[in-house]
Design a protein around this ligand. Structure first.
Ligand code: HEC
Ligand SMILES: Nc1ncnc2c1ncn2[C@@H]1O[C@H](COP(=O)(O)OP(=O)(O)O)[C@@H](O)[C@H]1O
Ligand SMILES: [Mg+2]
Length: 497
């Protein structure tokens, strides 16, 4: 019935926000970890390929060195190696007259690498320090020189991802040490077994690995994103549902509290009113009887008329309280009427009574339907709400809007409105653009004698009676208000066929 700040809902939103943050952190770190793992996996694969390529190359070299080089037929691509000029029997002739030349391992590797790098997109390199270089073709580049220096320091292998001609490669290099078999040719350079002769390396193209890696990462980003979005959506939906439940519960609690308060107040006020009513009855009727006993136009008669008048005023006040407190003492003449007819009279009265500064607009659904009611009581409720609205805009320009339409009240809505059973209702709203009602006053406006108006202007019974009348008609009255903007009273009255 009333609108309150809801600390419980605020708490709920905080928890949900925290959950969303935790979820985001979890998903992000999972993604980061997966991306890291995939990258590491790619590097492992590439290193493995580099190592196996290297091993194969190395095995060929050792094989060739073990045989002190191998003899091959001389042709345009394979001329005798000038660097082997000091080796006896570098070139030999077979008994049938073919000429063969000795190929040293480096020569062999170089030829293999030259011939097949284009074919398999795999490059290799054999190199050494510039001052020990036999063949200028084997001169090290900056990276290789650094690797050679590292080998000198004892490092067993070097690998690195590099860009070469705009293509990604994994470079891999290992040292070549002098063995007994090498001395046949390299002995003249002053080497001894165990000396660092140079290095041999391979280049593994990374492009295929990187494409696969990228696809893998894309899929992971997509699945993580999807999981993240779905979970966020779930949190959001759950939050909204819980918030709605909290709101509904709070409203139901509030409605119940209000109803209990009104019941208690009604019982008390009604008890007193009933007693006073009983006392007023003899006062008024005895005074009326005595009026007949005294001479017409006499002073006594005039005084007695004042007594009757005051008694009547007291009686109407008391009957107001009684009507609020559900007491049967007030005569209720309930009948089935079109609700439009029931409020018609009050509308024309209001229209006449409102000052010209206040515009009055009605918005009536003429087919709203019928209610069972005492039309005078319903009229007086509308008049009360109208005059309150007018008071709230006193001296200022404003607008009162009165609307009427049928609504179906669900179980849920009935609970939050309080005290009504679900079904078809006539919904009557009276809105004003007045000063509004502060939150802490909203709870009290229906209380008997609660008024913020100056003495003599307000009785504080208007809304009390409205509440009583509407309750007696198995309806409900609700209010929402914003200070400085306006107030809306909503009345629900059960429709009948
Ligand atoms: C049959 C002779 C021969 C044998 C055996 C031999 N080499 Fe060589 N090696 C050469 C020649 C000649 C070169 C000069 C470059 C070329 O011809 O390609 C060379 C070049 C190299 C290079 C390249 C650097 C440069 O100076 O051009 C390295 C490294 C190398 N040899 C290491 C070895 C090792 C290690 C062994 C033993 C496992 C070995 N070689 C066995 C003849 C030989
Ligand atoms: N439309 C309204 N706008 C602002 N305040 C209102 C409105 N209706 C009622 N009130 C507040 O509720 C109080 C109680 O109203 P009511 O029971 O009709 O008694 P009264 O009008 O005699 O003061 C009013 O004094 C006023 O403070
Ligand atoms: Mg009033």
């Amino acid at each position: 019935m009333f609108h309150f700040a809801e600390p419980q809902t605020a708490h709920l939103y905080k928890i949900s926000a925290a959950m969303a943050v935790v979820l985001t952190v979890l998903v992000a770190s999972s993604l980061a970890w997966d991306v890291f793992s995939v990258r590491r996996h790619t590097e492992e694969l590439a290193s493995k390929e580099a190592r196996s390529l290297f091993n194969k190359d190395y095995a060929f070299r050792l094989w060739a060195a073990k045989h002190g080089g191998v003899y091959v037929p001389i042709d345009a691509e394979t001329p005798p190696n000038p660097n082997l000029a000091h080796i006896p029997e570098r070139d030999i002739t077979t008994p049938s007259g073919r000429t063969l030349t000795l190929m040293n391992p480096a020569y062999m590797s170089r030829q293999i690498m030259n011939d097949f790098s284009a074919l398999f997109n795999i490059r290799g390199k054999i190199t050494t320090f510039p001052d020990k270089l036999l063949n200028p073709d084997n001169a090290p580049d900056a990276w290789e020189l650094a690797a050679l220096n590292a080998f000198q320091q004892g490092q067993a292998e070097i690998s690195e991802f590099v860009e070469l001609d705009d293509q990604p490669f994994l470079r891999f290099m290992r040292p070549l040490l002098i063995e007994q078999s090498c001395l046949k040719c390299h002995g003249v350079q002053g080497y001894q077994v165990g000396d660092l002769r140079g290095g041999i390396g391979v280049y593994v193209p990374m492009i295929d690995y990187l494409v696969a890696e990228k696809n893998h990462i894309n899929v992971m980003v997509l699945t993580h994103g999807l999981i993240w979005l779905l979970s966020l959506g779930a949190i959001w939906a759950a939050t909204r549902r819980s918030a709605a439940q909290i709101k509904q519960r709070l409203e139901a609690e509030e409605a119940l509290r209000q109803a209990q308060k009104m019941d208690a107040l009604g019982g008390l006020a009604g008890g007193i009113a009933h007693e006073i009513n009983n006392m007023l009855l003899p006062i008024i009727s005895l005074a009326q009887m005595t009026i007949k006993d005294v001479p017409d136009g006499s002073r006594q008669q005039k005084r007695l008329e004042k007594v009757v008048e005051a008694g009547m005023r007291a009686k109407s006040l008391v009957s107001g309280i009684l009507s609020f407190s559900h007491r049967a003492d007030v005569d209720v003449a309930k009948q089935r009427v079109n609700i439009v007819e029931a409020i018609e009279e009050s509308l024309s009265l209001l229209r006449m009574a409102l000052p010209s500064t206040i515009s009055f607009e009605t918005n009536l659904d003429l087919n709203t339907g019928h209610i069972v009611c005492d039309p005078t009581q319903i009229s007086s409720v509308v008049l009360n709400l109208g005059s309150n609205a007018a008071d709230a805009m006193a001296g200022r320009i404003g607008k009162i809007t009165l609307s009427l339409a049928p609504v179906v009240i669900s179980e849920e809505l009935a609970q939050s409105i309080g005290n009504i059973t679900p079904g078809k209702f006539a919904k009557l709203t009276v809105s004003d653009t007045g000063q509004g009602i502060a939150q802490q006053q909203l709870e009290r406006i229906f209380d008997p004698f609660y008024t913020t108006k100056e003495v003599g202007k307000g009785t504080g019974l208007g809304l009390t009676m409205a509440y009583g009348v509407i309750s007696q008609h198995n309806g409900a009255i609700a209010v929402s208000s914003e200070v400085g903007v306006g107030t809306t009273f909503t009345i629900y009255l059960p429709l009948v066929d």
